[in-house]
Design a binder for this molecule. Sequence first.
Ligand SMILES: [Zn+2]
Length: 465
Amino acid sequence: MMPHRKHFISLLIFISFGIVADGVPCGSKFMKVSKRSLAYDQDYGEDSSSSDFLPLEIMVLTSSRFDPLPYDTQASFEDALHHMSELVSVRRHSKPYLLKNAIEKCAKDWMGSDSRLNRGHFARDARQYYDEYAGKIDLNEFGKNFALFLYEDRDLCEKDPAMLAAANPCQPENAERPLVATLIVCSNNPVWSGFKNAFDLFRHEILHALGYGTFNAKQPAPPLHYPWKLSQETQYWKAHFMDFANRATAYAKYHFDCPQLDGVESDEDKIHLDEYIYGNELMTPNVGNGQNYFTSISAKILEETYTRKQWYQVNQQIVKEETQLYWYGKKWGCTFAKKSCAEFIEEKTHYRSNNGLDIPAFPFCNADNLDVATDGRKLELCVTNGTDSRILRTGCYIGRRGYRYGESRLPATSLYDLFGDDIPARASQSTGAEPPRRYCPFVDFVAKEDDSVGEWPANSKIVKC
Ligand SMILES: [Zn+2]
């Protein structure tokens, strides 16, 4: 993974200057080893009875040198632990023991040599057991079935001021699910000061801790090259895909209304859902200050992440409620999911021009919108589900000029490259949103993932204002 490291550092340092308060990388990419390998075959035919599964109950171990989390962050962490217990059930483990050596080895893998475990790491009620059992704790004794080793890695955190937190599971000893994971929280990093959504951040990290995006499949989904037409030239985008996503792909086809979808597109390391395609889904790299939804797409990936026998089940009712609120990408079609934003904008502007929509190519601004927005005027987007409506006022997100090559998998693209002579001269040399959003001219609140627009009504559509 080392060749990618430099790339990510430059990308995230850029983000720290660009959208610190609006969308923040979780930082899992910065772990020294980003993925574990699973070498076992999956048995899809295996039936599991519900008595094989228990609500996820997490024991938190903290480093004796770890400063307590700030009050609000700690409260959000505890809310997230409680919520995840309702959301996720885990398979009973045949040996639910925390072994001192195993945790130390895992901590060393992630955190370097200075991570010796002592009884001070354990919750007060577990310390005595730690002594009595000489480093072996039976999680059952505490009504727990998973452990998080909470830690602050000062070196890692200082190296990347845009990192909020990171989590990775420790290697399971056999085909059973992981029992323990590391969670790093960089609570002294300045990026926390503009961040208001620690609850979603911890939900996101706990899913990584369980194995979401952090295990390698035996047969990884291969990358594909998509041709992207711009105004004058064609670019080739190397699309990567999430593993363990057979059922998720079937659902995503329905969500986007795109039967030709090839898979669930991911970031380069296959740890997160692609930011551009999946927007405010919980498992994209940026956890925004607005709503981040744990949808059926991620739920199915989690349920399919296992060896031999299924490790996790999710609470379908909670997932259904969040999925209904997830508006990003809904019925936006294959042009959105597989082609360039220039092609999507052209198609939607053409087909919707008679509908009287202010922003016909939503989530993007078209050339007319950019003309209005760069003139300082606002655009309106109206959404309704028939009984509940919202009017959102927005602008277009104009990026800084001169992104450097290497900040994205694509060469830097100006708005002129996307629109040609249709673009107003005053904006032609500007770019759209940041590299994870492919320099495309997103409307303001989408690019920022902020909380200014509140929630959309469930199952709403864009209508003429
Ligand atoms: Zn993450």
